[in-house]
Write a protein that binds this ligand. Sequence first.
Ligand code: FE2
Length: 386
Amino acid sequence: MKVVNISKLKIGTRYSKPLYLDSENIFINANTPITDEDIARLKKFGFNEVLTDGEEVKDMYSISLTSDMQEVFGNTSLREIYDKYVKELPTFNKIYKKSIDVIQNCYQKIAEDKSFDINQLRNITEEIIDFTKTSENVSFNLLQRKNEDYYLYNQVLHSTIFSILIGLEMHYSYPKLVDLGIASLLADSGMIKLPTSISQKNSSLNEEEFKVIKKHPLFGYQFLTKVLKIKNNLAVIALQHHESFDGSGYPQKLNKDSIDQASKIFSVADNFSAMIIKRPWRKKQLPYEAMRNMLSVNMNKFDLTILRTFLNCLSMYPVGSYVELSDSSLAIVLKANKEKSLRPALMILKDSWGNRTNNSLFVDLLHENQLYITRAIDWEIETENE
Ligand SMILES: [Fe+2]
């Protein structure tokens, strides 16, 4: 075996065969990156050299050599951005749970044809807005939720949060954002008026059943304006959220500018949210697939300026979703790069050899031209055997 002086060992490099302390004791396995802790340990125990039959592996592209914790995004390091997400998570979960309780409470009242205090929706909307405003990007924590509760409430809440994100990006004033949020939370209130055999059916709907479903916008709007007596701009999303920009939607077949802007925002948010949540009769789509779908086959259904705004917020590989890179490493998307939606900033979760990186490697693809995303992945499937 040849002798390698520890001054020649570089952090992040790997050897094709193990590194030994002596003829019997392996210090570092083959293809395992050398860490600064390894070198510190060798020095501590008085080893000046190691033995190996291997060669230093020349990576096709080594993330660890070109990226580090100093990688910055604007004025903030990617590590700081990730730490902020982690710090925000308990608050996010608290607001999420509280919102579900409020939606459930209001929708139950609607089911019983009873009036309720709209201020509970206003209060929770303000909490969502305040959080979304100060959060690094609410999509990061939202996309990692496993939504096991009742589909309708999760769906409405997801769509509301994404709507507020779009409204913020469009520089909506605070009162306008609050109206957008309340109207979004009430969007599917008409669903609660339908027979549960149809609204909660665990398989795809036949033509007759779909005709019934198509009544929910009108049922919702009627309740909100006649029983709850709320102003039109808080009820308009309930009426128009299934209208399409190309006129192919329902119930009034409105198109383009005859559709209220808030409804067009909710429509983008709602379609995206629906595609990424699993239903008993269909698989969920990955966030990337949902985004691609909206930007291609279904593009005519949406107001393109609003769709573009949504893409700017989330990127083609949405913030909080998972990807594989050209060097086989796996990563989570941390930040969208507005001008280059295919090149977001990432945190590497597993390196090219499948080793966990302990959340310490960050890459901004905007500055890493040799590395690119090869596909979107489902993290649960990638890690199910671990
Ligand atoms: Fe709906």
